[in-house]
Design a protein around this ligand. Structure first.
Ligand SMILES: [Zn+2]
Length: 422
């Protein structure tokens, strides 16, 4: 585990070992500013030596991978789980509003085509995801001196397939990479399904088959076809013939990854040094380095330092809603009473998603009952206690919209009893 360090003015420095942090704290030269991830701030001036630090972002619709690396070491790695409830919540709200029109209310003139969406409008579910990505990046910039950020914008580079002569730094790493790009494109074009059996063989392993041999037909998408390994083997044994429909059109790749492109463009406006990469490059790097596939490992490959030693600085971050705007339950109870939708914000001083200490374990409040017995869980949903007495809880951190849990390491300095850093 590493301890993150800020200078006197709150600017991040290189992280340090827990031992050093403990000595600084003991000598009164630093103070604790954040509990998770553990961050200290120096009280006396230190400009500090800062190395080149690269942040890789594996953008996604359900989870973000974050990895901050130097050439040799992983400084911070996290998987951010995003909210997926936005569409559902907005649909519910729409229904409520429709229902309200039919109730006996004051007459209002019907609104008709009087609303316009501002330029650059995106669906709220997409907008929320972009904001969450930006927030996560901002959050990392607060604890680490990131000098460069790299974002994976798409699985493949459509421009490069259309015009293989495009030159660029990353394209000079040998011709093999060009095939990886086309390969990802073909898999996407063929919907990641075998074009012979269309999934009937139940074989999840997909190959990209050369219709004419590579020598004759080359690596153009029109000469390639996604086949499952079973069908591919059968074909080369001569046991099946392929019905191939030849086509040379590019399916419109513009809508692919609107979210990721928007995120990249907005990030570029906010930070000076932002680069982009493609999924096929990430995949190639990951497989060549013999790493397993997770969001944070992908992010490490994206950051450009796949060989960086992963310490134990792994975190899980979960995005949650800060408010519950629904005041009442939708169905009115017998007798015309409206049932309130939520418990009071604080029950015995605790809020939903507060981080607490229970029986020496850190966990989150997932449910509160006015009886004073709470449902405690870890961020991945693992139940710590279904009905823990409020008397045995100690508040560690107040709930925020990004909840952070450390997955590895066990260093935590002894804080004075009752002291918590919110
Ligand atoms: Zn097949």
């Amino acid at each position: 585990m590493l301890v993150y360090v800020l200078n006197k003015h709150g600017r991040p420095l290189m992280p340090c070992q827990p031992r050093k942090a403990r000595l600084l704290l003991k000598a009164g030269k630093a103070k604790v500013v954040k509990r998770t991830p553990f961050t200290i701030q120096l009280i006396y001036g230190s400009s500090g030596y800062v190395q080149p630090v690269s942040l890789g972002v594996d953008a996604g619709s359900k989870a973000i991978g974050l990895s901050v690396t130097t050439e040799k070491q992983v400084l911070f790695e996290a998987e951010v789980q995003l909210r997926t409830d936005i569409v559902d919540l907005l649909s519910t709200r729409r229904e409520f509003r429709r229902a309200r029109r039919n109730r006996k209310t004051q007459y209002r003139q019907a609104r008709f085509l009087n609303r316009k969406k501002p330029d650059g409008w995106l669906a709220p579910s997409v907008e929320n995801k972009i904001q969450a990505h930006l927030k996560a990046v901002r959050w990392v910039h607060q604890i680490l001196p990131v000098s460069k950020a790299v974002v994976e914008v798409a699985q493949f580079d459509i421009q490069r397939i259309k015009d293989p002569d495009i030159q660029g730094k990353q394209y000079q790493q040998g011709d093999q990479l060009g095939f990886w790009n086309v390969r990802e494109y073909v898999l996407w074009r063929d919907d990641h399904t075998c074009q012979h059996c269309h999934g009937k063989s139940k074989d999840p392993r997909l190959n990209v088959h050369h219709i004419e041999s590579r020598k004759i037909g080359g690596d153009a998408p029109s000469n390639l076809l996604a086949l499952c390994e079973t069908c591919h083997d059968l074909y080369h044994k001569g046991e099946i013939t392929l019905k191939v429909k030849q086509g040379n059109s590019f399916r419109d790749a513009a809508f692919m990854g609107i979210m990721r492109w928007m995120f990249y463009n907005r990030l570029k406006m906010q930070y000076p040094n932002v680069g982009l990469t493609y999924g096929y490059l990430t995949k190639n790097t990951r497989i060549r380095s013999g790493l397993e596939k997770t969001h944070s490992v992908d992010a490490r490959c994206i950051s450009g330092n796949p060989k960086a030693l992963s310490g134990n600085s792994m975190y899980l971050i979960k995005q949650v809603r800060g408010q519950n705007r629904q005041l009442h339950k939708a169905t009115i109870r017998k007798g015309g009473f409206r049932q309130k939708s939520k418990a009071p914000k604080y029950v015995r001083g605790f809020k939903l998603f507060d981080k607490v200490c229970f029986a020496g374990r850190e966990c989150f409040v997932f449910g509160r009952r006015s009886s004073g017995y709470f449902d405690l869980r870890l961020l991945d949903g693992t139940r710590v206690h279904a009905s823990a007495s409020v008397k045995k809880l100690r508040l560690l951190e107040r709930a925020k919209t990004l909840l952070v849990e450390r997955r590895t390491g066990d260093f935590l300095p002894h804080l004075k009893k009752g002291v918590s850093i919110a």
